[in-house]
Design a protein around this ligand. Structure first.
Ligand SMILES: Cc1cc2nc3c(=O)[nH]c(=O)nc-3n(C[C@H](O)[C@H](O)[C@H](O)COP(=O)(O)OP(=O)(O)OC[C@H]3O[C@@H](n4cnc5c(N)ncnc54)[C@H](O)[C@@H]3O)c2cc1C
Length: 355
């Protein structure tokens, strides 16, 4: 039997499992899934968990069951690519014939002193839980500073306002307009929403230092009862420490077939891999589907196409609390209740198909 080891049961890892199981897995292959959590976590909803508008259980999806799927719960500590082993903390290494690495990402603090120690995060479920506790324990009228007004910062600020309208929320962003990678019409719509809901946007900010309860924007100090960091991501530390070639963001460079160059048995999926798009759950899933096709072809000794088709992304949707939203669907801007409705529908479908 060959052992395919999938490291990380996030969006990429789950899609690999979903495409192989129940009927597509060749008879001579077993899959071993390794994750630190005993369920798949809906990372795209961590902002709502942190804000306190959904429960922990709402964002857990059970891993699939299959006679040839073994699941190991534990902490991955590294890889021995020569010996074809996944190294585990406090456990024996796990051998693979083929490996898919999908360990996701972590905050990037851009070397801002004090930021790792004195800010909260929504990049992992345990950190989102800590953030939930900190934000929801705050006394009335407290000030919360959120650093970074990309999708996750915007979603957190608006959801927190819905959960705790008594808080003073400040959203810091480097640019002239929040959501700088979106069409101006969308940025303006979201800014207007924040204005009418009393959330302060601090544009052209540059966070130079963080101390306990104190944020420094340029040289100005701003007292904050809690500070949340949503200002950038980088691949998982385990991947950053691998001695393979990476791009400027620290993501692993891959062949067109999503494997590490000169190693046809090691694939990288999702936020850890260097791809020509910004990391997203959608991208991780699209890439996972291609990895499954490539594995099937390689196992059958079939020839591979020189390049894989471009991964088609359907768009991106963000929420502004539970009633409003914004985004791009088939490259067209959508806003308001309609955008929120589609976003909720997509989440419902995801849980329905994977649960
Ligand atoms: C607030 C927020 C909102 C977002 N909204 C969207 C959105 O609307 N649309 C979209 O497409 N994307 C969105 N994203 C991005 C999306 O969540 C990620 O791009 C996606 O999760 C990447 O999938 P992945 O499979 O690479 O990693 P992940 O889904 O992060 O999975 C990584 C897995 O690895 C496991 N793991 C990590 N380290 C270890 C270890 N050392 N040992 C064992 N297990 C480990 C984790 O438990 C996890 O199960 C959002 C992200 C955030 C934070």
């Amino acid at each position: 039997m060959k052992n395919l080891v999938v490291v990380g049961g996030g969006y990429g890892g789950m899609r690999v499992l979903a495409r192989f199981l129940p009927n597509q897995l060749p008879e001579d292959v077993t899959i071993t899934l390794i994750d630190r959590n005993p369920y798949h976590c809906l990372k795209t909803e961590y902002y709502a968990l942190a804000a306190g508008t959904i429960s922990d259980q709402d964002i857990r999806v059970a891993f699939p069951e299959h006679p040839r799927l073994n699941i190991t719960y534990g902490e991955v500590s590294g890889f021995d690519l020569e010996a074809k082993k996944v190294l585990m903390k406090d456990m024996e290494p796990i051998s693979y014939d083929d490996l898919v690495i999908g360990l996701g990402c972590e905050d990037n603090f851009h070397n801002v002193p004090g930021a790792p120690e004195h800010t909260y995060s929504i990049q992992s479920i345990d950190k989102a839980r800590e953030t939930y506790k900190a934000l929801n324990d705050l006394p009335p009228g407290s000030t919360v500073s959120i650093v970074g007004a990309g999708l996750s910062g915007v979603e957190l600020a608006s959801e927190l306002h819905e959960s705790r309208p008594d808080l003073n929320i400040k959203l810091f962003d480097r640019g002239n307009h929040i959501l700088s990678t979106y069409p101006v019409r969308l940025s303006k719509y979201v800014e207007e929403w924040f204005l009418t809901h009393g959330i302060e946007i601090v544009s052209n900010s540059n966070i130079t230092r963080v101390e306990p309860n104190m944020l420094y924007n340029h040289e100005e100090s701003i007292y904050s009862d809690a500070i949340v960091w949503t200002a950038g991501i980088q691949p998982n530390i385990i991947v950053r420490e691998m001695s393979v070639e990476k791009d400027r963001q620290g993501r692993i460079l891959l062949t067109p077939h999503h494997n590490i160059p000169n190693n046809e048995n090691v694939y990288v999926v999702g936020d850890c891999g260097s791809l020509p798009h910004a990391p997203s759950a959608q991208l991780a899933e699209g890439q996972a589907e291609q990895i499954v096709l490539i594995l099937l072809k390689r196992w059958n000794n079939e020839e591979l196409p020189e390049a894989m088709p471009t991964i088609k992304l359907k768009g991106i949707l963000g929420s502004l609390g539970k009633k409003h939203g914004f985004g791009l669907v088939a490259e067209r801007p959508v806003t308001g209740r309609f955008a929120r409705f589609i976003k909720s529908g997509i989440l419902w479908l995801y849980k329905y198909h994977n649960g």
